[in-house]
Design a protein around this ligand. Structure first.
Ligand code: NI
Length: 179
């Protein structure tokens, strides 16, 4: 396993449309996911998308962080490998909450997301995933899957008075730990 470099906003590789994965349960795919897990854990991230390490595939990982010291009250999202995802919103309720991104270190912004979604896709073995979720879980999925269509959360910010440096907006948070 290798900790991979995380690309930062401004890198054109983060703006691409990712390609679907067509073969599952291969050594290459498992090795890529192992690298992504190690990379995400090394920075205490809530999720990571393959394009963030320069791999232009429709693959995201998220969850499994047992207790994030920054967000002790947040529900635990199951550790998930999600490939070729499709998100369908349920209803039209939006929720605003703060997000950060490993590709946008040191910053936070308030981002609208669909409150309720269904998402489908595959895991690394080609097994179908089909979940209906809301709240923080739904937010994480929408954030990560945005990376597969070249979208970073600042592109979703509507009120730029709610976008700034973590250390200024949330003085108690260690800005080195970003999601
Ligand atoms: Ni991100």
């Amino acid at each position: 396993m290798t900790i991979r470099e995380i690309l930062k906003m401004g890198d054109p590789h983060l703006l691409r449309i990712a390609e679907p994965i067509t073969t599952f349960d291969t050594p290459e795919l498992h090795a890529l996911i192992a690298d992504m897990r190690e990379t995400m854990a090394s920075v205490n991230g809530a999720g990571l998308a393959a394009p963030q390490i320069g791999v232009n595939l429709q693959l995201v990982i998220f969850g499994g962080v047992s207790v994030n010291p920054r967000y002790p009250d947040r529900p635990v999202v199951p550790a998930t490998v999600l490939i070729n995802p499709v998100i369908t919103r349920i209803g039209d309720t939006e929720e605003f909450d703060w997000e950060g991104c490993l590709s946008v270190p040191g910053l936070r912004g308030e981002v609208p997301r669909w409150a309720h979604i269904r998402y489908t896709g595959m895991d690394e073995y080609g097994q179908a995933i089909d979940r209906t979720v809301d709240g923080f879980h739904a937010r994480v999925v929408q954030h990560e899957c945005d990376h597969l269509i070249g979208k970073l959360y600042p592109m979703r910010v509507r009120d730029f008075t709610k976008f700034g440096y973590t250390e200024i907006i949330f003085p108690g948070i260690n800005a080195a730990e970003d999601d």
